[in-house]
Design a binder for this molecule. Structure first.
Ligand SMILES: [Zn+2]
Length: 239
């Protein structure tokens, strides 16, 4: 049998036949799925590596193009998030979006998810983190929005509004709607621009963060023509 080693974050677990489970992980190369046996016992050797959100290294056997877990080593656990309803619903909301809107072979969001979990654990503002993660999901979904220049004329100056139907920033000349505050326009741009190493540099005001979450949610479900996301609705109820 051939073997491969993968490092990833556990996104989803689904029970399979004969007590096995299908484990879905996110890696820097995209999402991978493998089968794991005997995880229902807390003393099972691979138990910790497969817990939801944990970041682990997996040694997988390859047979008929299917992967089976041989050995898992947990690098970082996030048990602390399980007991906090706001943090837990925030991660569930982001996981749901990654699974639904990002291609299976696209791993660009991995480093963001990794830093997002650390920042949540450290107690940084969950609303700001969810706004940033939603902006990254939008960028990597194939329906990216414009945040550098007017989406109609290309002007980089006098930006006054965001129009989701047009695809992003609009200048004063092209905008047919009311002028937005500069704080809103900056927060929108910041969420797309910010790098994974700087997630905790700036807190977005609560009112603006809530507005951006609603707008990004509406934008994603309208582009993908799907129903409201349960995860984000639950998160907004508890925060
Ligand atoms: Zn313009």
């Amino acid at each position: 049998m051939n073997y491969t080693e993968l490092e990833g974050i556990v996104l989803k677990r689904v029970p399979y036949r004969n007590g096995a489970e299908i484990i879905n992980i996110l890696t820097a190369e995209g999402r991978k799925t493998f089968t794991a046996y005997g995880l229902n016992k807390p003393n099972a050797k691979n138990y910790a590596s497969c817990l939801l959100l944990n970041q682990s290294v997996f040694t997988l056997g390859i047979q008929n193009q299917k992967l089976t877990l041989k050995e898992g080593t947990c690098l970082k656990n996030y048990f602390c998030l399980y007991d906090d309803i706001v943090k837990m619903t925030a991660t569930q909301a982001i996981n749901e979006m990654i699974l639904r809107f990002i291609d299976e072979d696209d791993g660009r969001i991995y480093r963001y998810l990794s830093r997002f979990l650390i920042a949540l654990e450290e107690g940084f503002d969950p609303l700001t983190l969810v706004v940033i993660m939603m902006a990254k999901v939008i960028l990597f979904s194939g329906y990216g929005l414009e945040y550098n220049e007017c989406v109609i004329c290309g002007s980089k100056t006098n930006i006054v509004a965001v129009d989701y139907n047009e695809g992003g920033y609009l200048c004063a000349h092209c905008a047919k709607k009311a002028k937005e505050t500069s704080e809103y326009l900056k927060s929108y741009r910041y969420s797309f621009l910010v790098d994974d190493t700087k997630l905790t540099y700036h807190v977005i005001t609560k009112t603006i963060a809530l507005r951006l979450i609603h707008e990004f949610h509406h934008y994603l479900i309208s582009r993908f023509e799907c129903d409201e996301l349960k995860g984000i609705e639950l998160f907004l109820e508890v925060c």
